[in-house]
Write a protein that binds this ligand. Structure first.
Ligand code: SAM
Length: 276
């Protein structure tokens, strides 16, 4: 069965990397683990010996059939489905606990998968994920660094991330064009602590990072806020007038968002609310 490059099929064959990925989940002997994209079962086979149960979500029907033939059904359930349609909340409620997630992700849909996991955060405990190295650099980046941006802020809103290790293309068959990095994401959302409303705050982050070359104030102006309100909110958040979004921590974004929200509430007659 030739690998399907359009499905991101680069199969891991480095035994030590497989051990490290499964070990990074911690003790999962009493836990259900969801694996995204089991492929030929390189990680799944080891997981089956460690986890209470594995739910393996594979989009490729041929691979799913093959996995059903080779893995013990009492330990592994193969779900032939697009992971973006997988209902983590339903799976967590069926098992009665938050889920662990693992996956050597299909790189063509890395961001949508990360956003799907973020949206499912209440059903998840932690995830150990392999992504393209440059994506991992962005996920774990801190404010003010070269790689910090919308992806970093969005992922980190849902809990701390930790880079684990990087693999060269030769660890896979066929080898991809890029290096790959494994990171761990512990789901501990900061929504209550930052006193924000989730959906409008995510929209605000998208506005703040809309154009990399513009200052934060200009991005917010383009999204409809007035210069006076932006200036007042930046002062309240202790942010310089010419600052770029790439330098702000989530805490500063939250102060800014709350300040703009309060000002909008105080002048409800203003047209076109910038922040929904
Ligand atoms: N876990 C295996 C390994 O490490 O060798 C395979 C990893 S391979 C990088 C990505 C896997 O995700 C492939 O098996 C591919 O068929 C599967 N896949 C691609 N798109 C998917 C989707 N939308 N939902 C679920 N699985 C998908």
């Amino acid at each position: 069965m030739p690998p399907k490059s359009k499905l991101g099929q680069n199969f891991l064959h480095d035994a030590s990397a497989i051990q490290r990925i499964v070990a990074a989940l911690g003790d999962c002997s009493s836990r259900t683990v969801v694996e995204i994209g089991p492929g030929k079962g390189a990680i799944t086979s080891l997981l089956a010996t460690r986890a209470k149960h594995v739910l393996a979500i594979e989009f490729d029907r041929e691979l799913a059939l093959r996995l059903r033939d080779t893995l013990p059904p009492e330990r592994v359930t193969i779900v032939s489905q697009d992971v973006l349609d997988f209902d983590f909340a339903a799976a967590a409620s069926a098992t009665g606990e938050r889920l662990l997630v693992v996956g050597n992700l299909p790189y063509y849909i890395t961001s949508p998968i990360l956003l799907h996991l973020a949206a499912s955060h209440a059903s998840l405990q932690s995830a150990v994920l392999m992504v393209q190295r440059e994506v991992a650099d962005r996920v774990v980046a801190v404010p003010g660094s070269r790689d910090y941006g919308l992806l970093s802020a969005t992922v980190q809103l849902y809990g701390p991330v930790e880079r684990l290790f990087t693999l060269p293309p030769s660890a896979f068959s066929p080898p991809p064009q890029v290096h790959s990095t494994v990171f761990r994401w512990h789901f501990a959302p900061r929504i209550a602590e930052l006193q924000i409303d989730e959906a409008p705050f995510l929209a605000f982050l998208r506005q703040a990072f809309a154009q990399k070359r513009k200052t934060l104030a200009n991005n917010l102006r383009a999204a409809g806020s007035t210069p006076d309100r932006i200036a007042a909110a930046l002062t309240q958040a202790g942010v310089a007038p010419q600052a770029r979004a790439e330098t702000l921590s989530l805490r500063q974004f939250a102060v800014l968002w709350r300040s703009l929200k309060a000002e909008r509430a105080a002048s409800p007659s203003e047209a076109a609310p910038p922040i929904s």
